[in-house]
Design a protein around this ligand. Structure first.
Ligand code: SIN
Length: 275
């Protein structure tokens, strides 16, 4: 297994490994790479839906997404699909999957199934590098603070997606979510300090209104999106990416009008987060 950095602070490409066969020490090394670098990209994978499910179970467990359409024959797999005639994509803003859950999903395994001729890349940003880049006074200011996360404004019947041509594709509009997490968490496996707030799902700092919270949140978001903290994953047939939701944000670029893109996603179970 050969590991090459995608960018100085985030992402690796891993060669010499077929995920359908990965187990034991190889799987452990892959997990460490994902926890540390945030996202691992593997090319030329022979990875059927059955392989996808079996690999996720070997990793540690599956969280079924409550909102995305599920694959007809494999309900463990969420379908991240934009049809050729749709304008809106899924995940087209910087976010952390499932941060609105009390025990957020560890990460995701995304498999390219249908790709546009060009475009449709996914951006990743490293939240450990983002924390490290904060000036000391800002680190002091957020020490001990917590923030409230929810998905209700995104998926509700009058929410963000409902106002787009993606609204009818989604499920779970009646669900209510909400969780409080520290603004700075320690990665449960590496111990690294990570910024744990995101544009899509973080509403306010606990004890402050949204309006009061926004200036500080915006300073954190600006730090998260420094160019040095980001990498770009360009998909090819056979590409699989595995990312850690604690370590990264991601953003699916919507720059392929008139073409379909379909990805299969399995969300991996996580663990409670702490400062
Ligand atoms: C997502 O999980 O947010 C979708 C990512 C992608 O489609 O690239």
């Amino acid at each position: 297994m050969q590991i090459t950095q995608l960018a100085p602070n985030v992402g690796v490409e891993i060669a010499g490994l077929q995920l359908a066969e990965a187990e034991g020490d190889e799987l452990e090394a892959l997990k460490q790479a994902v926890y540390t670098h945030g996202v691992a990209v593997l090319r030329d994978q022979q990875f059927s839906p059955e392989d996808h499910i079996a690999f996720a179970r070997r990793w540690g467990g599956i969280d079924i997404n409550n909102y995305f359409p599920l694959e007809d024959e494999h309900p463990e797999i969420a379908v991240v699909r934009k049809k050729a005639d749709q304008q809106t994509n899924i995940g087209g803003a910087w976010h952390t999957d499932h941060s609105y859950d009390q025990v957020p999903a560890m990460g995701s395994i995304l498999v390219a199934r249908v790709l546009p001729p060009s475009g449709g890349d996914t951006m990743f940003a490293h939240m450990g590098a983002a924390y490290d880049a904060l000036p000391q006074d800002l680190r002091d200011e957020i020490e001990g603070l917590e923030a409230f996360h929810t998905a209700d404004h995104v998926y509700a019947p009058d929410g963000i997606y409902a106002q787009t041509d993606m609204g009818k594709e989604l499920r779970g509009q009646e669900l209510k979510t909400g969780a409080v997490h520290p603004i700075v968490i320690r990665h449960p496996r590496t111990g690294r300090k990570l910024l744990y707030v995101n544009y899509a799902f973080t509403i306010n700092i606990v004890g402050q209104t949204r309006e009061e919270s926004l200036p500080l949140l915006q300073r954190l978001y600006d730090a998260a999106l420094l160019a040095d903290n980001q990498c770009r994953v360009a998909w090819q047939p056979g590409t699989v990416a595995i990312w850690d939701n604690r370590t990264t944000w991601h953003n699916a670029l919507n720059d392929y009008p008139g073409y379909a893109r379909e990805m299969h996603r399995i969300t991996l179970s996580g663990e409670a987060l702490a400062a």
